[in-house]
Design a protein around this ligand. Structure first.
Ligand code: NDP
Length: 434
């Protein structure tokens, strides 16, 4: 706290993770002796840089870029890039810290990192987004590489942005290295199923968690916050699994459609036309639109899937969910639930699939993209989907085992933290006092 007084999101995730690690530390004095927790909480490296670019009116704008290479003990740094006006070092560090454990949980050899900029792509022309991405990459390229640090997308960074970033990287490098970024288009090294992976993976995990508790997803009423990459593919898979998604949102408010969300309309509005969610009503006039970020959680549901951003569900909203009969919550976004809300939901017996485990399908499939790039080969959609599903089931098994082993019963929040931590901590111990 004394070292990072203004980084509130980072302190929040530290508190959440370290609380679960108390019994682990008690049982393993070697971690205390090696001061693993202090070492884990300090990034190996953090880079901040100027990103100057010229807008369509010919004005030079300056944004701030970030890359935090948090922990490389088990593999090259891996984690997305976020473009959103709220981005500052506290957000990049919280995301990078979470990424260490998430990447470890996938069972694949990837370390934790994260990056971004306080740039708002909303309302910008393609030309402006491209010039920004090119300027961002001119600096970032000094610090990344297929065996060094491999960024991907996150909020505000999708296929379009990855394309521009990769184009600039290729332009300044002599060697062909398409494994430097993941989430690429299919024509230049992208993996099938990467676009769908986080949302699909979330649903594979939630289904597994419900199955473990003898509950079926069929016929369940689902709310999904957000309408971006994770939300859209969570909606697609949940519907395919027999659940009924009745509401989705963006930062302006949410739509409620008792007929079940018409995903084709959402995909067109969000992926192609980049419009507001309220436009959904033009084609689906029986649906309703309610203004206000966060109001979606006032609706009745069996399963809540926050897939937008951090701190979406606070204690008050958690209480509302419980009051309305919610039985399970699956975190598609990173840290969408505050620490108070997590404690409350667990106390009330709500099944909680924590982000580190439940949204790890995205980075896991990114690691599969890296493997395909190294092999100069591509797997079919069925092959990637099968690998993704088995990774998600394994994460559930490992998190539930770790939770039980350290006396938490069936608590996936604690279990994911512990299972993710043990592998990284043991690798750090083996590598000496770095
Ligand atoms: P997108 O940019 O595709 O979508 C984000 C969605 O959340 C939009 O609907 C957006 O609404 C809403 N949103 C974002 N920030 C805010 C905010 N501050 N206030 C209100 N609404 C907001 O991002 P993704 O779907 O890729 O990411 C969503 C979450 O999932 C993030 O937490 C991300 O870290 C996490 N995640 C993503 C992965 C991936 O593979 N993409 C992998 C693992 C985790 P609006 O358009 O109105 O801003």
């Amino acid at each position: 706290k004394a070292r990072n007084p203004y980084e509130k999101e980072f302190l929040q995730t530290i508190e959440e993770v370290f609380k679960s690690l108390e019994p682990v530390i008690e049982k393993h004095p070697e971690y205390v002796k090696a001061n693993i927790l202090d070492r884990l909480a300090e990034p190996e490296r953090q880079i901040m840089f100027r990103v100057p670019w010229v807008n369509d009116d010919g004005k030079l704008i300056v944004n701030r870029g970030y890359r935090v290479q948090f922990n490389g003990a088990i593999g090259p740094y891996k984690g997305g890039i976020r473009f959103h006006p709220s981005v500052y070092i506290g957000i990049v560090k919280f995301l990078g810290f979470e990424q260490i454990f998430k990447n470890s949980l996938t069972g694949l050899p990837i370390g934790g990192g994260k990056g971004g900029a306080d740039f708002n792509p909303k309302g910008k022309s393609n030309g402006e987004v491209m010039r920004f991405c090119q300027s961002f990459m001119m600096e970032l390229q000094r610090h990344i590489g297929p065996d060094v640090d491999v960024p991907a997308g996150d909020i505000g960074v999708g296929g379009r942005e990855i394309g521009y970033l990769y184009g600039q990287y290729r332009r300044v490098k002599k060697v062909f290295e398409n494994g430097v970024l993941t989430g690429k288009g299919l024509t230049y090294g992208g993996s099938l199923i990467r676009t769908q992976a986080t949302g699909y993976g979330l649903m594979y995990f939630v289904e597994e968690m419900l199955k473990h508790n003898d509950i079926s997803l069929v016929g369940k009423r689902v709310l999904i916050s957000g309408s971006g990459n994770v939300a859209i593919y969570a909606c697609e898979k949940a519907t395919e699994m027999g659940a009924k998604v009745v509401a989705m949102s963006d930062s302006s408010g949410y739509i409620l459609d008792e007929n079940g969300i018409d995903l084709d309309t959402i995909k067109r509005l969000k992926e192609v036309e980049r419009k507001r969610i309220s436009e959904y009503l033009k084609e689906n006039p029986t649906a309703t639109f309610t203004k206000g970020w966060g109001n979606i959680w006032n609706e009745k549901c069996d399963v809540a899937l926050p897939c937008a951003t951090q701190n979406d569900i606070d204690l008050e909203k958690a209480k509302k969910l419980v009051e309305n009969g919610c039985i399970a919550l699956g975190e598609g976004a990173n840290m969408p639930t505050t620490n108070e809300a997590i404690d409350y939901l667990l106390e009330k017996g709500i099944l909680l699939a924590p982000a580190k485990a439940a949204n790890a399908g995205g980075v896991a499939t990114s690691a599969l993209e890296m493997s395909q790039n190294s092999m100069r080969y591509s797997w079919t959609a069925e092959e990637v989907d099968k690998k993704l599903k088995s990774i998600m089931i394994n994460i559930h098994t490992n998190a539930s085992k770790a939770s039980k082993e350290y006396g938490f019963g069936y608590n996936l929040v604690a279990g994911a933290n512990i299972a993710g931590f043990r592998k990284v901590a043991d690798a750090m111990l083996a590598q000496g006092n770095y």
